[in-house]
Design a protein around this ligand. Structure first.
Ligand SMILES: [Zn+2]
Length: 220
């Protein structure tokens, strides 16, 4: 087990900061914690690192040299190994649908009234209701506040005289990784943004946030 003897990260829970793991080609793979990152460094599976230095992890003493190993963990690491992102970074990839990620896709904004809510006050609305043959999938679900969802009931927006303020979309794998991030640092955000489809509705949101030098999600 490694001891963290120094953390360069500012913030209340520095060790909670996730590391972005990519495959050897630099395609985003997943979020990992510092233990997993240290393990990958230790087993020489880290091909190269980008981003900023997050943690300095002290390992065991080398029996031959008597020196103690020090692993410097970056915010983004590219790794060797069989895990390839190729199959996930295709247009046919569909990330699992859950409310947490859905609400983040829509920035916690009700897509009917346009107001911002806490996640606990939001619901998943089926644009075309299930009762009318609508499917439970990314392109047919939107974030809605309870009031709008109740008002809409089992109707389509047209039937209810309501209008969506944005078109629901299926996140790509890179977008999904971004949306799943607990706290995404600016360099990780910029990296993921470069892997988003050109048409991604998240482009503007992230660019604005990066221009403000912010992390994601912004505290509410
Ligand atoms: Zn609403």
């Amino acid at each position: 087990m490694h001891d963290i003897t120094q953390s360069l990260e500012r913030g209340p829970h520095p060790l909670a900061q996730q590391v972005l793991r990519t495959d050897i080609a630099g395609m985003p793979l997943e979020w990992i914690d510092y233990r997993e990152a240290a393990r990958l460094y230790h087993t020489a599976q880290v091909a190269y690192a980008c981003g900023s230095l997050l943690f300095r992890v002290r390992g065991g003493f080398n029996a031959h040299t008597g020196r103690r190993s020090v692993i410097e963990v970056s915010s983004i690491i590219a790794t060797e190994g069989g895990l390839l992102a190729l199959d996930r970074n295709t247009a046919s990839y569909t990330p699992p649908l859950n409310n947490k990620t859905l609400f983040r896709r829509d920035a916690n904004i009700c897509l009917y009234c346009g107001n911002l809510f806490r996640a606990s006050d939001l619901t998943r609305d089926h644009v075309t209701p299930i009762s009318q043959g609508g499917r439970d999938r990314w392109t047919n679900v939107v974030t809605a506040c309870r009031r709008c969802n109740n008002h809409k009931g089992g109707r389509t927006p047209e039937q209810a005289g309501m209008q969506l303020i944005a078109v629901p979309f299926k996140p790509s794998y890179a977008e999904y990784i971004f949306l799943k991030g607990r706290r995404v640092l600016a360099d990780q955000m910029a990296y993921l943004l470069a892997h988003f489809p050109r048409s991604s509705p998240l482009h503007r949101r992230l660019s604005d946030q990066l221009a403000r030098g912010g992390e994601w999600p912004e505290p509410m």
